[in-house]
Design a protein around this ligand. Sequence first.
Ligand SMILES: CCCCCCCC/C=C\CCCCCCCC(=O)N[C@@H](CCSC)C(=O)O
Ligand SMILES: [Zn+2]
Ligand SMILES: [Zn+2]
Length: 515
Amino acid sequence: MAGRLRGAALAGCLGLCGTALALLAVVLLRAYVLRPAPGPRVWGRRPELGFELSARDRRELKEALRGAIKIQTVSFSPDDQNTTALAEFGNYIKKVFPAVFSAKFIQHEIIGEYSHLFTVQGSDPQLTPYMLLAHMDVVPASQEGWVAPPFSAEERGGFIYGRGTMDNKNSAIGILQALEFLLRKDYRLRRSFYIGIGHDEEIYGHKGARKIADLLEARGVKLSFLLDEGSAILDGFIKGIKAPVAVIGITEKGALTVKLSVEKEPGHSSAPPKETSIGILAGALSRLEQNPMPNMFGHGPEIRTLEHLASEFTFPLNLIMTNLWLFSPIVSRILQQMPSTNALIRTTTAITMFNAGIKTNIIPPSAKATVNFRIHPSQKAEEVLEIIKTTIADDRVKIDVQETFDPNPISPWDNQAFGVQIFRRTLLDVFPEVSSVAPGICIANTDSRHFAKLTDAIYLFNPLIIKPDDFLRIHGLNERISVEGYEKQVEFLYQLIQNSDIKKLPEPHANSHEL
Ligand SMILES: CCCCCCCC/C=C\CCCCCCCC(=O)N[C@@H](CCSC)C(=O)O
Ligand SMILES: [Zn+2]
Ligand SMILES: [Zn+2]
């Protein structure tokens, strides 16, 4: 009997081991043998490309950005902007970029009073134009907590400190700077392009970018691609990836901002009701925070980001990322641990404003709060609103939608996508240390969504190497950019404009480096 039991146990164990071995074999086979072949290799590395800056150029480049940071172009709320500063910004760029403003083939227009549209006419009208987008307005900054005042543009330890250094005067000024340098070198552009500099991106862009887009649409413009802020060269964001990787946004999340309010009879605090308006609203808000929106990992482009980066991961993570069909439950659990990666896999919930109460001994007549949701690419605003109502489940809480839009459509990402190949080419030229370029999601919002009718190829990317600590500075304290990082951004734009002048993408060839 005992022998038979031992035999059965042994057989069971062998069966189990066999299953485990078979599973391992499948994993290894898929990972190393059945791996999809890499796409055609398009670009080869090029020797030094000649973006050489004299000491004077360097000083000029840095001072142009510092001067722009000092102009307090703050967007406080949709109807409260520092319009004096917005106008001053317009005068400033005219003064700092004389070649751009005097070139015969560049048309400059002011749109919506403070935004700027530049039409740069290339010599070959057959080539479809592209667009570079940026914005000049910034979010407010507290005076406390900064190592240097937020509009001082002080330089410390190789960094320029100030609101707008990463979001997004670095792009607005950087684009014009790159063009100024090219014009001074008498570079003759072949492909036309547009530069849009919005003045109200931080408050939805209705008066700036939206109007620029409407105007271009009315003129019948179609774009081969559009590049805006929204992602970057990420260093240290993803556990298990050592080298910096360029993640280019191919979509951005949608947004839904709701105002919640509770009204109750005021009265004497000595005989309070069981619940006050504050207590009721606080309960609703707590339910929203305690019940995050569903984890959507695998339903949007986040999975493509990991697949593209799979070979960058150290063992055994590379094996896991190559086999997401098997490991996605574990991966999605890991991603939700950090706020920046959690934002990739779900609609996020942020309670951003709360106002209530009059005096210590008055029962508060009303309580109000604002909750800002960023919608995952696989969901729609309507669906999110339904979840909010079910989660709050209290009719005393009034829900008013303030502003909402669905996620952007997904832009093309393949060997034929002109913009993507130009970004790869340019990254290879300017950031040789970047070994991978992957499609991703912009977790915030940008002005680019207003241009959806002009192109299906909208990309979100800032050519800056950023670490998790830098990300916290955007809309936070001590926003800063390194002087070296800004020079590289200008170099990238300088090169991008030239690389875009290519008539058509080269045929794939075998012996070149592939990003
Ligand atoms: C795979 C790794 C994941 C890494 C996570 C994300 C890292 C992101 C890195 C850089 C992103 C910078 C994005 C800055 C863009 C900010 C734009 C902005 O502030 N827009 C406003 C617009 C207001 S109108 C709705 C916003 O609040 O979103
Ligand atoms: Zn921005
Ligand atoms: Zn911003």
